[in-house]
Design a protein around this ligand. Structure first.
Ligand code: HEC
Length: 195
C-alpha cells in the first residue's frame, strides 16, 4: 500500500497479507555475534570430542562414574563384613522400624509378614539352620543360601539396611505367630523318608 503522504520505507518488502507488512531489518549486531560464537563453539566441540577424542563422551563418563560408585559400594560392604562378629542388634526403635519396612517389602514374601515362615523358614522359633547368633543371621542375609532359595542381599540392600532388617528379625525371636512353619534345623531322620 503506497501512502501518498508518507514515502515508502526503503526497508519495506513488497508483500502484504491482511494489512500486515514486513520490514527487511538488519539482524541486531549482538544476535549476529552470538550466532558466530555458537558456530565457533560448535566447531571446537566437534574437534575436541569427536575428532581428537580428548574428552570423554557421556557414555564413557557414565561408565567411569558407575565404576567409582561400585568401588565405593564394595568398600562399604567389605568394611561392614569385617565388623560383623562384634555387632549387636540395634535397639533403636527407628532402626528397627526401618528394618520392619524392609522386611515387609523384601522378606515377607518368603518368610511371611509375621516371620512364621513360608518358602523360607520360621524366624520366630529358637531353631536356626545357620546358627543362632545375630552375626549368623547377618551372614545369611548378606550371602544368602542360593542353592536353598535364600537370596543374596549383598549389593541389593545397603549395609545399614541389612543391619536394620536383621535387627528387626531379631525382635521376632520368641514371638508365636499362628501356624508357624515347623522347625527345620534337625529334621528327624524318619520324616525324610516320608513319601
Ligand atoms: C525367595 C525367598 C526368600 C526371600 C525373598 C528371603 N528369604 Fe530368607 N530364606 C529363604 C530360605 C529358603 C531360607 C532357608 C535356607 C536354608 O535352608 O539354608 C532362608 C533363610 C533365612 C535365614 C536363616 C534362617 C536360619 O534358620 O538360619 C535368615 C536369617 C533369613 N532367611 C532372612 C531373610 C531376610 C532378612 C530377608 C529379606 C531381606 C530374606 N530372608 C528374604 C528364602 C527367602
Amino acid at each position: 500500500m503506497n501512502d501518498p503522504i508518507r514515502p515508502k520505507d526503503p526497508l519495506l518488502l513488497d508483500h502484504e497479507a491482511d494489512g500486515i507488512q514486513e520490514l527487511d531489518n538488519n539482524l541486531p549486531r549482538w544476535w549476529v555475534w552470538l550466532f558466530v560464537l555458537c558456530v565457533i563453539y560448535a566447531a571446537g566441540y566437534l574437534v575436541y570430542y569427536h575428532v581428537l577424542n580428548m574428552g570423554p563422551l557421556s557414555a564413557a563418563e557414565y561408565a567411569k562414574e558407575s565404576r567409582e560408585g561400585e568401588a565405593l559400594k564394595n568398600a562399604a560392604q567389605s568394611k561392614f563384613e569385617a565388623t560383623l562378629s562384634g555387632l549387636e542388634p540395634s535397639k533403636d526403635p527407628i532402626v528397627v522400624a526401618q528394618g520392619g519396612k524392609t522386611f515387609g517389602t523384601y522378606c515377607a514374601p518368603c518368610h511371611r509378614a509375621d516371620g512364621g515362615g513360608l518358602v523360607g523358614p520360621n524366624l520366630c522359633d529358637d531353631y536356626w539352620i545357620h546358627g543362632t547368633n545375630f552375626s549368623d543371621n547377618l551372614k545369611v542375609v548378606i550371602n544368602g543360601v542360593p542353592e536353598k532359595g535364600m537370596l543374596t542381599w549383598k549389593g541389593v540392600l545397603q549395609p545399614k539396611e541389612i543391619y536394620s532388617v536383621a535387627s528387626y528379625i531379631y525382635t521376632l525371636r520368641g514371638t508365636k505367630p499362628p501356624n508357624p512353619k515347623p522347625r527345620e534345623d534337625q529334621v528327624p531322620a524318619s520324616t525324610e523318608t516320608f513319601e
